[in-house]
Design a binder for this molecule. Structure first.
Ligand SMILES: *Cc1c(COP(=O)(O)O)cnc(C)c1O
Length: 405
């Protein structure tokens, strides 16, 4: 990788903002105390930093600081929320509901619970990646204890109507967990307005450090209880034992504070760049499709399928540009993106998809360069594609009988 690489994979992780690093450094150095040490100033300093961070983040969510605990990231927050609530309320029922396009850190704990005897319903999404509130309503039952639906999708950026979803869960007496990892610091997130009982987030998706996140746990109307995953010490009001990552917690709060300073203007700036990239790719190339919702979508996200080219070949052709693909070749599994598949995108188009995700440090010049290089790469690869040639000649590829006989 060269020094001049352009980073457009901000939905996988964001670079650490230098201001966040600066705020964290003293907590690695002179203020190294354990926030649980009650008998001396080293501990008190660390505890004060953690409590300031807790207050800032809770405030941003419209919550009380006692409703927020720190974790190692969104994977842990999701696991604690889902496993913790399902187990705590299992005497009320063992039916749980989620959606097909959730992150693996939600789907896998659901599947785990299914193996343990819970019954799970996975809601379909429409062609834009949205859950329908009506489908949710008809999926809910007497014995449904928990619903988990994300705010913004990590692959296609689609935003779900969270306030409405939360209200439906509450009408039916089910708890509502929301994975807001992709939206916190980018979209308005308020646990009261959005009827959220449990909310997960992670610092490294908002220009903070990796390995730290938080979980909001409602304390009033209703008071949510969870069975902990970790036992020992009783930190974080018993929800999450373990010595706190004090520099990480400070980093999470600082990162969020910076995001909130100018969230609307910053998201508008990113949206203009994203729309410019989208316009260039869709208008200068044929057989090119937008994946996800055209409007109800994160400003940072652009997911496009380029027919007749493989995502893997695209990534190789665009050396020095960091993006990701829904192609099977780029992931550990052999199947193309399950998210695109849930939207009804065919395997061919899923294999040819690229996710560009923009962020704070991208510039207009980078957008033009990425557009130029993407267009040139697609054109070059298509020149070698007999399928593309046939399509241009008006042959319907789907109708071709490929057998030799
Ligand atoms: C990145 C991400 C996660 C996992 O977060 P970690 O902090 O890396 O464990 C979970 N959910 C969504 C939607 C994400 O984008």
């Amino acid at each position: 990788m060269s020094d001049t690489a352009i980073y457009m994979d901000n939905q996988a992780t964001t670079p650490l903002d230098p201001r966040v690093l600066k705020a964290m450094l003293p907590y690695f150095e002179e203020h190294f105390g354990n926030a649980a040490s009650r008998s001396h100033g080293f501990g008190w300093t660390a505890e004060k930093a953690v409590e300031n961070a807790r207050l800032l983040i809770a405030d941003a969510l419209g919550a009380q600081s006692r409703e927020l605990i720190f974790t190692s990231g969104a994977t842990e927050s999701n696991n604690l929320a889902i496993l913790g609530a399902a187990r705590m309320y299992q005497s009320r029922g063992k039916h749980i509901v989620t959606a097909a396009t959730e992150h693996k850190a939600v789907l896998d704990p659901f599947l785990y619970l299914q193996n343990q005897g819970w019954e799970m319903t996975v809601l379909d999404v429409d062609e834009f990646g949205r859950v329908s509130p009506e489908n949710l309503r008809s999926a809910l039952r007497e014995d449904t204890t928990l619903v988990s639906i994300m705010h913004g999708n990590n692959e296609v950026g689609t935003l779900h109507p969270i306030a409405e979803i939360g209200a439906i869960c509450h009408e039916h007496g089910a708890l509502f967990h929301c994975d807001a990892t992709q939206t916190l610091g980018k979209e308005n997130v308020n646990v009261e307005e959005m009827n959220i009982d449990l909310l997960s987030c992670s610092a490294h998706k908002l220009y903070g450090p990796k390995g730290v996140g938080a979980l909001y746990i409602r304390r009033r109307n209703p008071r949510v209880r969870l069975e902990p995953l970790f036992h020992g010490g009783g930190h974080e009001r018993g929800f999450r034992s373990g010595t706190l990552n004090v520099p990480g917690v400070v980093g999470l709060a600082t990162a969020l504070e910076i995001c909130l300073e100018d969230m609307d203007t910053e998201q508008a700036r990113i949206r203009v760049m994203r729309d410019r990239l989208q316009h260039r790719l869709l208008s200068e190339l044929d057989y090119t499709h937008l994946n996800g919702h055209p409007e109800e979508r994160l400003a940072t996200n652009l997911n496009i399928s380029f027919e007749f080219v493989e995502g893997e070949s695209m990534l190789m052709g665009m050396d020095g540009i960091a993006v990701s693909s829904g192609s099977a070749c780029t992931s550990a599994s052999l199947e193309p993106s399950y998210v695109l598949r849930a939207l009804g995108v065919g395997d061919d188009k899923a294999h040819s998809s690229i996710r560009f995700s923009l962020g704070r440090f991208n510039t207009e010049a980078e957008v033009e360069e990425v557009a130029d290089r993407t267009i040139a790469t697609v054109q070059r690869l298509r020149e070698m594609s007999p399928l593309y040639e046939m399509a241009q000649e008006g042959i319907n590829i789907a109708s071709v009988n490929w057998s030799a006989h």
